[in-house]
Design a protein around this ligand. Structure first.
Ligand SMILES: Cc1cc2nc3c(=O)[nH]c(=O)nc-3n(C[C@H](O)[C@H](O)[C@H](O)COP(=O)(O)OP(=O)(O)OC[C@H]3O[C@@H](n4cnc5c(N)ncnc54)[C@H](O)[C@@H]3O)c2cc1C
Length: 413
């Protein structure tokens, strides 16, 4: 089977890239070993983060670093046995955490983030998946006054520099918005711009179905069989090889490993994360996602129940699940919002695909003709899939790009 382009990976990023290339007249084979949107794009928190300009940076305060390293915080968990392999990546991630570099990253992220809603909206409309989407923003709540004040300061800077909207709420105002919140709160912040979805995988699948309805081909195959052919690239499968002049690697947290096999070494690493669903207690369901700003978890009403997602776990991608953060935050979550029994037999584990400068990688691989990357979206892959796909497709089809693609280039490290 011959196509113009093979896209490897049918998560939010790959599906969106396939749609954008198709919209520009390319024949596309979208390849995954599993059905669409069943990995990271399945288990995330479902936020389309229009406010997400300022990246999740490595902490700079020594006290926080030491507490994190000793696994004394709920925001992160570190596998000490992974430190030798992770150290070079974490060092580079730490170096990108200065205020100047964070500001540079935020500036580079703006052209992508500011288009995330409009690019999703076009696909949501075409896919007929509007019922999954809530345009309600999300709440960030704090029990500690110090946490609230620090966030207000960060929020004020984000408003001034990047136009990120936020509304401060008192304890009483929070309870007007979310009457089921329990326990004393210092206050919170409503982020009004972001959207959220009640089933991230269903949204991804609806986009993949749109791609097929528009004439695209979904192929079940192992991307690990990718190799160069005489005039391009080829992926093997029992039913016969598929080939194309161009291939896009959009395999989320598996991107770095595949590229290494092709002789391309890039500083991809992962931040793992867990989720668990809970049955609602009575009629207590949050009307919009709630982030616990002190403890670093999120609660959101989803198709399967109330989903709790955890912060970052620094570990090898393949290590056995160690959902200790979930164990630590579950009692805090229960004190914040009524939750009944667990729904899932075991916690879901996924991995955020990361690069040290907290920006995605979108563009051609120098020296490897026809090889392209669209990956490394950190905490924002669900948000930025469609807009990244558009930029990639504009680059691949030689059109004018809506933004300068240089901040996302492959050879920037
Ligand atoms: C707990 C958690 C919460 C998050 N919350 C949010 C959020 O609210 N908003 C947001 O924007 N982002 C969020 N993220 C990040 C976001 O989920 C990811 O950045 C995004 O899903 C990555 O999408 P992707 O398409 O790059 O990767 P994936 O969705 O992982 O897709 C990669 C695909 O590659 C396929 N693949 C892998 N190996 C092979 C192979 N050998 N052959 C064929 N196919 C292969 C996989 O099957 C998979 O379908 C969260 C992440 C986590 C872990």
């Amino acid at each position: 089977m011959n196509s113009d382009v093979i896209v490897l990976g049918a998560g939010m990023v790959g599906i969106s890239a396939a749609l954008a290339l198709q919209a520009r007249g390319r024949s596309v084979a979208l390849v995954d070993r599993r059905p669409a949107a069943e990995e990271t794009s399945f288990g995330n928190a479902g936020l389309i983060q229009r406010e997400g300009v300022v990246p999740y940076a490595f902490p700079r305060e020594w006290r926080t670093i030491v507490r994190s390293a000793l696994n004394q915080t709920t925001q992160s968990n570190l596998h000490w046995r992974a430190v030798p392999a992770l150290a070079p990546f974490l060092y580079r991630y730490w170096r990108h955490g200065t205020p100047e570099r964070i500001e540079a990253t935020a500036r580079a992220a703006v052209p992508l983030v500011e288009r995330c809603l409009s690019e999703h909206e076009a696909l949501i409309e075409a896919a007929g998946s509007g019922a999954l989407v809530r345009k309600t923003g999300y709440l960030k709540v704090f029990r500690s006054q110090a946490g609230l004040e620090a966030e207000l300061e960060t929020g004020e800077k984000a408003r001034r520099l990047w136009g990120v909207g936020s509304e401060t709420k008192t304890d009483a105002e929070l309870r007007e918005i979310e009457p089921h919140l329990t326990g004393p709160l210092a206050g919170g912040i409503l982020m009004p711009q972001p959207w959220s979805v009640s089933d991230p995988s269903a949204l991804g699948k609806s986009y993949a179905e749109l791609f097929v309805r528009r004439g695209g081909t979904f192929v079940t195959a192992d991307a690990g069989t990718l190799h160069r052919s005489d005039d391009g690239w080829r992926v093997l499968r029992v039913e016969g090889a598929i080939s194309a002049r161009h291939v896009v690697v959009a395999m989320g947290p598996w991107t770095g490993a595949l590229l290494r096999r092709l002789g391309v070494t890039l500083p991809f690493f992962v931040k793992r994360g867990y989720h668990m669903h809970y049955k609602p207690l009575g009629n207590a369901v949050p009307s919009r996602p709630i982030v616990d700003g002190d403890s670093g978890f999120l609660l959101s009403s989803m198709a399967r129940g109330i989903r709790l997602t955890t912060g970052a776990e620094f570990a090898s991608h393949e290590a056995e699940p160690t959902p200790v953060q979930l164990g630590k935050v579950e009692p805090i979550a229960r004190a914040l919002f009524p939750l009944s029994d667990r729904v899932d037999p075991s916690p879901w584990l996924g991995a955020r695909p990361c690069l040290p400068d907290m920006l995605p990688m979108i563009g051609p691989v120098p020296g490897k003709s026809g090889l392209w990357i669209d990956a490394g979206h950190h905490h924002l892959g669900f948000t930025l899939g469609p807009v990244s796909g558009r930029l990639l497709a504009e680059m691949m089809t030689g059109g004018e790009t809506f933004a300068d693609p240089r901040p996302y280039r492959v050879d920037r490290f």
